[in-house]
Design a protein around this ligand. Structure first.
Ligand code: NAI
Length: 553
């Protein structure tokens, strides 16, 4: 599985596929290589400090077909590989917000997803066709900006002869002082931020040009998944100094990429494309030193991901098949879908999984489990069909008994801490009630009673599709209180939006809080809760970024 990362003995030629110049992640088995030096000058003289074995003649990927899938897509062979699945250690890249987010809330910015679909997103139409690899949006990838001849000797990109770097402060990093590499990386990021879309497109164009085989790992239409990998890489690089959190985040990312068919051998091409896209677009700040910083960062990032994937492979499948055993329509747009995985599926209440349907190969969407682990091993999801949501519409309107979906591994950290008896304040907006129900079941199973206060929000009374279940649970457990809250229209319950309504109750300062619902609700919910005295480390929710990114799921 070692990646063919070194240039051929005689030196690779520009653009030669597989002659990766910089990135040689190990397969997690052997010792790690030190980061390569970035090319200097023309790059021709750049060399690894340690001798390397001659590389294979090209970068080859074995075909990435489902190996045990009953529904191999016909016209999109293989399966997609490179998507971000922010896990519970969530790194968020929010404008104006620096620092890694952990699984608990920092004012509404945390990691990963729940399910995620909101109507009215500008994603239009179902599955637009993008079957061929995209063209680089602004010129051939090997031409650096300004028409300078592109040289990519030894398989690496030459640093454009841009302005010299301002020498960064070389003192060691501290929590308050970013390392010199991180400073350089952040300069690049600041420069590309206004043109992030363009850089993202360019990155993928380069990737598919250099390694056409990787195209088959992505969905036919590069929808919201498109920029996740790129974004995750940038975010990780931005936070390269925070090794503990970064390592947890990247390990999750590496593990979750297994279901896409990602292999260690894919990482060099990704790294080459990353550097290629950045060097082309960050022309004001790119220089040799910056390039070297990015090479070091990517080498470290990819190695963590590869190691985590290799470790995970020893104990866990890359995905599970799961047969639909119950499909219950609750409203016109909401269904409760129950599945039986083909092998034991270990998870914790409050987590979520990526789901792929047979109808949209390689398009994965995250859905929270609506139940705690059950003795019979079944899993349930609440799915709301949204206008342009390929997966959600298929699951609500097309799926039926006997259909087989695929599940990625469990993820997420909106889970109950059973070491404390703190009260739990739970806000579930719309289908966001699903993981809240799972948390309630988890507390019930655990046997130690603690106050659990659930506020269940919906637009209209009719949208409270799971209120009967929640009220049944309330009846069964004296420690549980469930309050329906309706934001639009008349109701016998409480009126208003969830965050407003909880202000009228409390005090909540001794409670842990759990938020699940639309991104707007999470944001204002976190603000409200922090405002009324719940420390942010006791507020849990899934990633706002991914809730937003997956708005058309
Ligand atoms: N783990 C999670 O966080 C999960 C999240 N979801 C997400 O929950 C959402 C459910 O959508 P719908 O059922 O259409 O819910 P919805 O849009 O009808 O909202 C439900 C309730 O949430 C509150 N709310 C919504 N927007 C708000 C805002 N901007 N500020 C304050 N409160 C607000 C209101 O009380 C509203 O009645 C989806 O975006 C889905 O992705 C779903 C399942 C799990």
């Amino acid at each position: 599985m070692n990646a063919p990362t070194t240039p051929p003995a005689g030196g690779g030629t520009s653009g030669e596929r597989g002659a990766w110049g910089w990135f040689a992640p190990s397969d997690g088995e052997g010792p790690k290589r030190p980061a390569r030096q970035a090319p200097t000058g023309s790059g021709a003289e750049s060399a690894d400090e340690s001798p390397e074995p001659p590389p294979p003649p090209g970068c080859r990927w074995r075909p990435l077909a489902y190996e045990r899938g009953p529904y191999e897509p016909q016209d999109h062979p293989g399966q997609y590989g490179l998507q971000d699945h922010p896990g519970q250690h969530g790194l968020q890249d929010h404008p104006g917000q620096e620092g890694l987010q952990t699984h608990t809330s920092q004012h509404g910015q945390q990691d990963h997803p729940g399910q995620y679909a909101q109507p009215g997103h500008p994603h239009q139409g179902e599955q637009r066709e993008h079957q061929r690899a995209p063209e680089p949006p602004d010129g051939p990838p090997h031409s650096p900006p300004g028409g300078r001849p592109a040289a990519r000797p030894q398989g690496g990109w030459e640093a454009p002869a841009g302005p010299a770097c301002e020498a960064p402060d070389r003192r060691p990093a501290s929590p308050a002082t970013p390392s010199p590499d991180t400073l350089l990386i952040r300069r690049t990021l600041a420069e590309i931020e206004p043109i992030a879309d363009k850089v993202t497109s360019y990155f993928y164009a380069l990737l598919f040009l250099q390694a056409p085989g990787l195209r088959a790992l992505f969905p036919a239409a590069m929808d919201t998944q498109r920029d996740r990998l790129f974004k995750a890489l940038l975010t990780a690089a931005r936070h390269a100094d925070d090794t503990a959190t970064l390592s947890a985040y990247l390990s999750d990312l590496g593990r979750s990429h297994r279901k896409y068919g990602t292999e260690a051998a894919h990482y060099p091409a990704v790294g080459e494309s990353l550097i290629g896209a950045l060097s082309r677009h960050a022309t004001a700040t790119w220089c040799e030193e910056t390039q070297a910083a990015w090479v070091r960062a990517y080498t470290a990032i990819s190695q963590i991901m590869i190691d985590a994937a290799a470790e995970d492979e020893r104990t866990s499948p890359a995905w599970w098949h799961a047969e639909i055993v119950s499909h219950e329509s609750r409203t016109q747009d909401v269904a409760v879908v129950t599945v039986r995985p083909d092998q034991p599926y270990p998870f914790v209440a409050g987590q979520y999984a990526a789901v792929e349907t047979p109808w949209w190969p390689r398009v994965w969407r995250n859905y929270s489990f609506s139940c705690a682990p059950r003795d019979d091993g079944l899993l349930s999801f609440h799915i709301k069909a949204v206008p342009a949501g390929w997966v959600s519409r298929a699951l609500v309107h097309r799926a039926g008994l006997g259909d087989v979906i695929r599940l990625g591994p469990p993820n997420g950290s909106m889970t109950v801490d059973h070491t404390t008896d703190n009260g739990m304040l739970c806000l579930g907006g719309g289908t966001g009630i699903a993981p809240i129900k799972a948390l309630v079941e988890d507390v019930a199973r655990h046997g130690r009673s603690r106050p659990v206060e659930v506020f269940y929000g919906a637009r209209h009374d009719d949208d409270l599709y799971d209120i009967d279940t929640m009220l049944r649970l309330q009846k069964a457990h004296a420690w549980l209180s469930v309050r329906p809250v309706v934001s639009h229209g008349p109701t016998l319950g409480l009126s208003g939006q969830l965050p407003q309504v909880i202000r009228k109750y409390g005090p909540w300062t001794a409670f842990d809080a759990f938020l699940s619902g639309p991104p707007g609700m999470i944001r204002s919910g976190v603000d409200t809760l922090v405002g009324i005295g719940i420390p942010s480390h006791r507020i849990r929710h899934d990633s706002i970024d991914d809730l937003t990114a997956s708005a058309t799921s």
